[in-house]
Design a protein around this ligand. Sequence first.
Ligand SMILES: C[S@@+](CC[C@H](N)C(=O)[O-])C[C@H]1O[C@@H](n2cnc3c(N)ncnc32)[C@H](O)[C@@H]1O
Length: 268
Amino acid sequence: MPPDVDLYNHAYGNYESDAYRQVRIETYGQDFGQTSWVTNEESAEIPQLLGLKGDSYVLEIGCGSGGYALHLAEKIGCRIVGLDVNESGVRNANQLAQARGLASLCRFEQCDASKKLPFADATFDAAFSNDVLCHIPGRLGVLTEIFRVLKPGGRMLFSDALVIGGMISHEEIATRSSIGFYVYSPPGENERLMKQVGFCGIRATDTTEHAARIAKKRHDAREKWKEELVTAEGKANFDGLQKFLSCVHALTSEKRLLRYLYLASKAS
Ligand SMILES: C[S@@+](CC[C@H](N)C(=O)[O-])C[C@H]1O[C@@H](n2cnc3c(N)ncnc32)[C@H](O)[C@@H]1O
């Protein structure tokens, strides 16, 4: 089913536009081409949580335009493969890797992560996915695949902004889901599935406040750049995305929808 409101094709297709860049800078402070709810603090914490080192080989599922993977490769010196289903995102990511002289460390492939991952067993030291798994059908299958491609002792991290925290109306569910396919889960379900797959050392941190903060900032930054964004994405899409962001802000600030950051390992 095509989404009612298009977030990703516009965000990645207009990646180089000044207005979209300014919206990213005003929302996140640092421009990694983000479309997620990851704050700067969380971006800084992820490499430590995953234990990344210069010789790590890392998988990112749902890399978008690849800015965060490139940042990690530049900062840490690790090798990263990024996968995303969006063609424009993957094209931007490979172009940025070339332009920044990081193509020997980073490569990006268009791939639907609901399918078997195109890697041998025990390939990666770490895997992560920022606000992506909620878009992919079959959570158990995705976690099984991540577990398979991790080396023993490897760590895995993902965030899920669609954990149910309270009462939500059908209208709110429709608005929250207007940008594409989504899976909502009850509290504890991700932990149960990770355990079932074989992960150990499971840790869940409530990061709902990150989604509330980013949704409000993104909404307000887009409002400031409205004229340019309406020209690029059309009035109906602009309004639809503003409604989506207001809905995320309301649901998360009232804790009716929660965002968790999960960390787990594959035993050595
Ligand atoms: C919220 S964005 C997050 C992007 C990036 N991780 C970030 O932090 O900005 C979700 C991403 O998941 C990707 N995605 C959605 N369904 C997917 C699938 N089945 N396989 C791979 N990527 C998918 C989208 O194209 C989009 O880039």
